[in-house]
Design a binder for this molecule. Structure first.
Ligand SMILES: Nc1ncnc2c1ncn2[C@@H]1O[C@H](COP(=O)(O)OP(=O)(O)OP(=O)(O)O)[C@@H](O)[C@H]1O
Length: 733
């Protein structure tokens, strides 16, 4: 150990201290030999190996055979030395570890064993134990030894600081290269050592610090060191550390049919609602409903004005496949919680990204509030602003009063009403439902959530003494915060592709959230009511009844493939997605020009009423093929869609999940085809694999099936050209 210190010392001021260091070196070598002998007597081979390394030139020859040049081990040993001259005990321990590590990392154990026995033989050459030698040298020697050691310690520290950066860098590089360089380095060291021996003691540093020597051989001059380097390394996947609620969610069965829960088995559902469910043909709840409905009802068991036991209820996040029945899992408990309300106030607000979705959800609310006295108002901008205001509030001699118990809205229009509708108040809001929550988080730049929360906790003139229930934003639970009863605001989030990114979810300001998810590996057993680990690799779940294929094609043959599916395969109720309005429109014109298929298009180019009509006709079966942008990709529940065709491959996995989720809904079966150009194949399939979705089957279409379509197709193309020209002219006019 001391020898090493000297070496380091010499490394710093080699020329100036040459004589002194030689003398010291000699003395310490003797000590080392003595220790070696002692060790030898204890037959501790691993210690010998290290000591031989430290002892100097003659031992390098043997070390090279053992392949001992791991920078790691060297650094560890150096650290020990730095910690102090702690004696034989700790050194031996370190050496044992070293030996153990070395045995693991060494390419072959046999040469090492050979080297060990050789070292043992060297050590047996009459070395004197260190303690004895110390005594012999007397007090003078021991004093000077202490002084030297103190000097060395100081110099060590200085040297250590100087070379720290360089060594760290070299260490990293060394670790990378160590497995391949062991043998080469050994040979290099041996060669160097032989020449160093001739030079004498002044180069002891280089001989002892084997890794340093190797670094010198491999690294560029320090002035041209490139931090980080440009070596290619396999990048290790970083596994995020999730908060407990995300890491250990409540798992929900994804197989719908096998896990139906009879509606009577879910405790606490109001008889009125049970009757309504049955009237709507619902005898059993889907798994997500079986889990989430009781969880929300439990929080509202003491009425909607206070949380259970007076506490703020947990916010609820639900991630379940498309078509698994998420809508009913919030509609039923929210309607039930509000059944007993006396005064009409806005107590539930559902926010959705599009008008069509909001309309769809408001329809479901209407079904279950019908005959209960609860009022549902749709706020999406489909009516004029003034008309919407009239549906929301009424001015009376007593002031404004609400006309809505439940509002279903799109975020933009909602914020307009918060800002501009006199008497519109959210101060009694109990449930905030965010459907398609991941999409709504993406839209968070609109700041709509902040506006809603501000409106909920807004202090008004009449607040304070005459308010039975005060409202303050939830914070840490303290004695003071629990002394006044609060109307809790509970957030309920739903999506088939809910993000697990805590940073994104944090934007929603969730309160002690609970996660219900169907994202788990098939191998893991899920028993209702138990909480099992999620599969970190699996990000999304697709409906069980969905069969997915991809169709390799080229750009020109794409429309022919679509015609093949419609005319030869005789698919009906096909929803076909493109990536733009333009493509949707042209494809629609082309298929229409070809004839034989009842086709329509759906995009933001259509007016809201046209869109509504189109969806209705598609659901009724009047339209065989609906060519759409992603406007219908999310949430839209069209009964009887048998097949989804991705005419353009979606760019994002979430888009894919939602698009193909328009079929195979409510436990039914469905087909999904994705047309892939050669250049898209690898990347697209990898994207699906990365998301943990099952591999797509390749579906080839024989060219002989397409050939008969060609003449008519050529004709359709020329018709299309003409139509496009006419449309352009019309636009210009
Ligand atoms: N318990 C049930 N029994 C029978 N049908 C049901 C039941 N629950 C929901 N459904 C039907 O299943 C279909 C899909 O439901 P819903 O639209 O709520 O799915 P979702 O999970 O919200 O899908 P997405 O993620 O695509 O929005 C609807 O047509 C709905 O009427």
């Amino acid at each position: 150990m001391a020898l090493f210190r000297i070496n380091r010392y010499l490394g710093g001021e080699e020329d100036a201290t040459e004589d002194r260091s030689q003398a010291l070196l000699e003395r310490l070598r003797e000590q080392a030999r003595a220790r070696q002998l002692k060790k030898q007597q204890q037959v501790l081979l691993p210690s010998d190996e290290l000591k031989q390394k430290k002892t100097g030139n003659e031992l390098h020859q043997k070390l090279k055979h053992s392949g001992f040049d791991s920078e790691n081990e060297y650094q560890r040993e150096a650290k020990k030395r730095k910690r102090g001259h702690s004696g034989e005990g700790s050194c031996g321990e370190g050496e044992k570890k070293l030996r153990k590590n070395h045995q693991v990392s060494s390419d072959s154990e046999k040469p090492l064993a050979g080297a060990d026995s050789g070292l043992a033989g060297e050590a047996a050459n009459g070395y004197i134990p260190a303690k004895k030698k110390k005594n012999e040298n007397g007090k003078k020697s021991s004093l000077s030894q202490k002084k030297i050691e103190a000097d060395l310690d100081e110099n060590n520290r200085q040297q250590e600081n100087k070379s720290n950066l360089k060594r760290d860098k070299a260490k990293r590089k060394k670790e990378r290269d160590i497995s391949t360089e062991v043998e080469t380095n050994g040979a290099e060291i041996a060669e160097k050592d032989r020449s160093e021996e001739v030079k004498g003691n002044q180069s002891t540093k280089e001989k002892v610090c084997i890794p340093t020597l190797n670094e010198k051989a491999t690294l560029p001059p320090s002035s041209s060191l490139v931090l980080g380097g440009s070596d290619r390394r396999a990048v290790q996947k970083v596994q995020p550390i999730l908060p407990q609620w995300l890491a250990q969610p409540k798992l929900v069965h994804k197989r719908i049919k096998e896990n139906l829960v009879p509606i009577q088995d879910v405790a606490g559902i109001h008889p009125k609602l049970l009757k309504k469910l049955q009237m709507n043909g619902i005898e059993s709840f889907f798994p997500v409903q079986g889990e989430v409905i009781p969880a929300i009802l439990e929080n509202a068991s003491s009425g909607f004005l206070v949380g259970r036991g007076g506490y703020q209820p947990s916010d609820i996040c639900v991630s379940a496949p498309t078509g698994s029945g998420k809508t009913l899992s919030f509609v039923i408990p929210v309607v039930q919680a509000l059944l007993e309300r006396v005064v009409c106030q806005v107590r539930a607000l559902a926010v959705l990204p599009t008008k069509e979705l909001a309309q769809q959800v408001s329809k479901v609310f209407n079904i279950y509030t019908d005959g209960t006295g609860l009022k549902v108002v749709l706020v999406t901008g489909q009516k004029s602003f003034g008309k919407e205001q009239e549906t929301l509030v009424q001015r009376t001699v007593m002031g404004y009063c609400s006309l809505a118990d439940i509002i279903v809205a799109t975020p933009g229009r909602l914020v307009d009403h918060i800002d501009q509708t006199p008497g519109f108040s959210l101060r009694q809001l109990r449930f905030l439902i965010i459907d398609e929550a991941d999409r709504m988080i993406d839209d968070m730049h609109q700041n709509w959530l902040h506006q809603v929360v501000k409106a909920v906790f807004r202090a008004e003139e009449d607040s304070g003494t005459n308010m039975l229930f005060q409202r303050t934003e939830p914070g840490p639970v303290t004695a003071a915060s629990t002394c006044c009863p609060q109307i809790p605001l509970q957030k309920l989030l739903f999506s088939a592709t809910l993000t697990r990114n805590p940073e994104k979810l944090q934007q929603l300001g969730l309160y002690q959230p609970r996660l219900f998810t169907s994202v788990y590996s098939e191998k893991r057993a899920v028993t209702a009511g138990t909480e099992t680990e999620q599969d970190a690799e699996k990000k999304y779940t697709l409906p069980e009844g969905l069969s997915q294929y991809y169709v390799p094609c080229n750009l020109n043959s794409k429309p022919l493939f679509l015609l093949y599916f419609m005319l030869r395969m005789k698919f009906t109720r096909v929803l076909c997605f493109t990536n733009s309005k333009q493509t949707s429109h042209r494809l629609f014109l082309l298929i229409r020009a070809f004839g034989g298929v009842n086709v329509a298009e759906f995009s933001s180019w259509l007016t809201p009423s046209e869109r509504q009509r189109t969806l209705k006709e598609f659901e009724q079966g009047k339209i065989q093929l609906l060519i759409s942008t992603d406007a219908t990709a999310r949430g839209i529940d069209i009964k009887g869609v048998k097949c989804v065709i991705n005419y353009d491959a979606p760019q994002f996995i979430r888009t894919y999940i939602h698009r193909v989720g328009r079929t195979a809904r409510a436990g039914k079966v469905g087909l999904a085809f994705t047309m892939l150009l050669k250049v898209q194949e690898r990347k697209f399939l990898q994207m699906l694999r990365d998301a943990g979705t099952p591999d797509l089957e390749k579906q080839l279409v024989k060219s002989e099936y397409l050939k008969p379509l060609l003449p008519q197709y050529e004709e359709a193309l020329s018709k299309l050209q003409k139509t496009v020209k006419d449309e352009r002219a019309q636009k210009r006019a």
